[in-house]
Design a protein around this ligand. Structure first.
Ligand code: KG4
Ligand code: ZN
Length: 342
């Protein structure tokens, strides 16, 4: 059984993205980003993002249909990110998806962006076989969220065990990149610069007490700013590498403590920051030492994309989760208590 043919639409932030899957197989993944239009503001401007989604979404859809070599009439279900995200941006995706579902008479699934980041690990793509795990501990690290999750059933029950009390990990990367006068988004820029830096050059603080399951990155941000203000001879690459290690160590330490406490054998790391090379390397060595299974999506599927929405929708449809109302309400903030919209 190849599974349902699903179109997934993502428009929660600055990527207008559509993915198409059949069961777990990725057939198309098209992304149009408005990141260049936001760069000069140092962050995503919601109105610009909404307009960019409107301008590009139908072209992205056509390209995705071409790439997958399918027609709309063949599609079994439509999925769309219904939250969390920028409300005007989300509405472009939910309106488009609702229109497509209505026109074709096929079910519509409004899905949670955070669960979708994790679901993308299950896809088969370019010879990589997707994760076959059912229960796992999840480390979700993106521009808006940093959470440790207990995944009991990805389409029905995900429990948040710890989360950031201030900045998200990606947000911390973006803010420090700005202070270092690097490009936006800051994560990839810091990742690149850090390659030529000494990560043990500066001992930045690790935030909350090691036994907490929550994260805090605002103290680290202050420490980096203070260091730069007080050190005329500061080497940017050393600052980037030392900052990156501070963030990555805290994230990985917390995740592995939960793995040890709960006895889970699988750790899934997802979200934009999961593209970070240092995080991937540290997680890999810690997982080998602990003898657990580590699942991280391919780098290209860590940041926002439509394949992740299609992956979660396909999993929900296959598991018999009821589709959403056609007039589903997008939510700018929502936690994982809602994975598929009613
Ligand atoms: O998941 P995502 O694409 O969007 C949200 O849902 O927020 O994550 C975007 C975040 C940005 O903050 C970006 O700087 C960060 O992911 N990011 C990285 C890397 N690539 C993207 N952070 C660290 N290292 C990277 N290589
Ligand atoms: Zn995201």
């Amino acid at each position: 059984m190849p599974g349902p043919l699903v179109i997934g639409i993502e428009s929660s932030c600055d990527e207008t993205a559509i993915g198409i899957v059949r069961g777990r197989e990725l057939l198309a993944n098209i992304i149009s980003s408005s990141v260049d239009e936001h760069a000069k503001f140092g962050g995503v401007v919601p109105e610009i993002a909404s307009r960019a989604h409107l301008e590009s979404i139908l072209g992205v859809l056509q390209n995705a249909l071409n790439q997958a070599d399918i027609t709309l009439a063949e599609v079994d279900a439509f999925g769309v990110t219904a939250g969390p995200g920028l409300i005007g941006a989300l509405l472009v995706g939910t309106s488009t998806a609702a229109g497509l579902a209505l026109a074709t008479g096929k079910p519509l699934y409004g899905v949670n962006h955070l669960a979708a980041h994790i679901a993308v690990d299950r896809l088969d793509q370019d010879g990589r076989v997707g994760g076959k795990w059912e229960q796992a501990i999840g480390l979700l690290v993106s521009g808006g969220h940093s959470s440790i999750l207990q995944i009991n059933d990805l389409t029905r029950e995900v429990i948040t065990m710890g989360e950031t009390i201030d900045d998200a990990a990606g947000e911390a990367f973006d803010k420090i990149a700005r202070i270092l006068e690097l490009d936006f988004p800051g994560g990839p820029a810091i990742d690149r610069l850090a390659q030529s830096g000494d990560e043990s050059a500066i001992a930045f603080p690790r935030g909350l007490a090691a036994d907490s399951l929550n994260f805090s990155f605002s103290g680290l941000k202050t420490a980096v700013s203070r260091y730069l203000a007080q050190t005329p001879t500061a080497v940017k690459a050393d600052v980037a590498a030392s900052f990156q290690l501070a963030v990555v160590e805290v994230l990985i330490d917390r995740a592995f403590r939960v793995i040890a406490q709960t006895g889970h054998e699988t750790l899934v790391i997802a979200g934009g920051v999961a593209a970070n090379s240092r995080l991937r390397a540290l997680a890999t060595s810690r997982a080998e030492a602990a003898g657990i299974r580590l699942q991280i999506p391919p780098i290209g599927l860590c940041t926002d994309n439509g394949a992740m929405v299609a992956a979660l929708t396909s999993a929900a449809a296959t598991a018999g989760v009821a589709p959403s109302q056609p007039a589903l309400a997008a939510l700018s903030t929502t936690d994982l208590n809602r994975i598929v919209w009613p």
